[in-house]
Design a protein around this ligand. Structure first.
Ligand code: 9UX
Length: 71
């Protein structure tokens, strides 16, 4: 099963920031597709929650040096 998760990200200031998150997520098994909007500070991630769940996605983004914005 593939699920789409939207995560708001704080601290992205340029396309290099976007690229660094994108690269790490793209290299993570269980993640099928990643779209990151700098303008919206939003990541849209299609993933298999049985392999990588939402909490793990958030931890990966935080480990990359950015903040999760919980609304
Ligand atoms: Mo550009 Mo984003 O140097 O950290 S990658 S600000």
């Amino acid at each position: 099963m593939i699920q789409t998760t939207l995560i708001k990200i704080g601290g992205m200031t340029c396309m290099g920031c976007v690229k660094s998150i994108q690269t790490i997520l793209d290299g993570t098994s269980g993640i099928n597709q990643v779209e990151i909007s700098l303008d919206q500070a939003l990541a849209t991630i299609q993933h298999d929650p049985a392999i990588v769940d939402v909490d793990q996605l958030k931890a990966i983004i935080e480990d990359t040096g950015f903040e999760i914005i919980n609304e």
